[in-house]
Design a protein around this ligand. Structure first.
Ligand SMILES: [Mn+2]
Length: 368
């Protein structure tokens, strides 16, 4: 059987709304021609409650696909159990099957497929939720089935993270022929082809590693082979520019030169420039104003380093500052100066902060 594997189409993503629709539609139509079933590993929509316009357009695209489509929800669509997520609505279309926390058996004349699906869960619960699901599902799987796990989670080795996320070691030995994961927007083929991550069909974060083509995957379950299919998409280029004591003019000239050069070669490409380093004394990052057209994104990190240094300085000054207790004692001493003569109120206060007994004891001794 041939599987079309797609992930993270992010319908309704406002920054690149048209790209998201066009690129995912291409992937779906192409997969329809080349595969028997389509699996989408979450984040089909960009938000939990998409606009009606987004829902309608998505429903139109999906209803035109004449192959069964199996979907799980991603973190962008996750809602609590008693609420309806947009994929449950989409599953009203006859060719869409929303599967979460269970197994779908696809039985054809020639082959049996078992799809164990777990929609996105909070990362810190991923291991536990996966173990729980497997404990109920694994024994139910037909022995002769080609076994697939579909998830939408972070994996430590690919996404920088905390310790609670899944790692390759957690999934390496799971009893599946294939593991499909969404969530990670860059494509990966790991564990000798056992783990496939198609990556998103649209760029969303404008990160360095989103450069390059978008993809979906065709997987052949007989041969256990996979083909990465390029999805025609707007190109994206990312550059970091470093400055040292630069003037505003220097910065702007360098930016303009790069944009001009890129625009000649790639008319519609999305361009992202990250500015690092320092400006001349007296200038601040916001002195540079940018008026660029659509498709150009500038992350202005100029003088960030010196800002960090400033914070460090402030923290050091903080350490030298008096503790709240010391400030309180100082104020107390000033306010009560000459007003209480029977005993030393500051000493009394100090004893009181130790304990009530110590305070009372102090009064007994000194106020006779
Ligand atoms: Mn995503």
């Amino acid at each position: 059987m041939k599987l079309g594997i797609i992930a993270d189409t992010h319908f309704g993503y406002s920054r690149f709304e048209e790209d998201a629709f066009a690129q995912a539609e291409y992937a779906l139509k192409d997969a329809e021609k080349k595969s028997d079933i389509i699996i989408i590993a979450g984040d089909i929509f960009d938000i939990k409650i998409p606009k009606l316009e987004t829902l309608k357009r998505t429903a139109n695209i999906f209803s035109a696909i004449k192959k069964p489509i199996y979907v799980i929800h991603g973190n962008h669509e996750r809602r609590s159990n008693d609420m309806v997520n947009p994929l449950q609505l989409l599953a009203c279309l006859s060719n869409i099957h929303y599967v979460h926390g269970k197994t779908e058996i696809i039985d054809t004349e020639n082959e049996k497929l078992a799809l164990v699906c777990m929609g996105s869960v909070p990362e810190e619960l991923a291991k536990k939720a996966l173990n729980k699901l497997l404990s109920t599902e694994i024994t139910k799987l037909p022995v002769d089935a080609f076994k697939i796990l579909v998830i939408h989670q972070s994996i430590k080795e690919f996404v920088c993270c905390n310790d609670e996320e899944l790692s390759l070691d957690d999934i390496r030995n799971l009893p599946f022929d294939l593991i499909i994961n969404g969530h990670i927007h860059k494509n990966y083929n790991e564990l000798e082809g056992k783990l496939l991550i198609p990556g998103s069909t649209v760029i969303t974060q404008l990160k360095n590693d989103e450069q390059g083509e978008r993809h979906y995957i065709i997987y052949n379950t007989d041969k256990k082979t996979c083909e990465l299919v390029a999805v025609p998409s707007r190109l994206f280029f990312y550059i970091e520019m470093k400055f040292e004591n630069a003037s505003l003019r220097e910065v702007k000239e360098k930016i303009d030169a790069w944009i001009d050069e890129m625009r000649i070669k790639y008319k519609d490409a999305i361009l992202k420039i990250r500015l690092n380093g320092t400006l001349k004394e007296g200038l601040i990052a916001s002195d540079i104003s940018f008026t660029y057209s659509d498709g150009i994104y500038i992350q202005n990190n100029l003088n960030i380093l010196s800002l960090r240094e400033k914070i460090k300085q402030m923290k050091e000054q903080d350490k030298e500052k008096l503790s709240i207790r010391e400030v309180a004692i100082r104020q107390l001493r000033e306010k009560l100066k000459g007003k209480i003569t029977l005993f030393d109120p500051v000493e009394f206060f100090e004893k009181l902060t130790e304990s009530v007994d110590a305070g009372t004891q102090y009064l007994k001794i000194n106020v006779v």
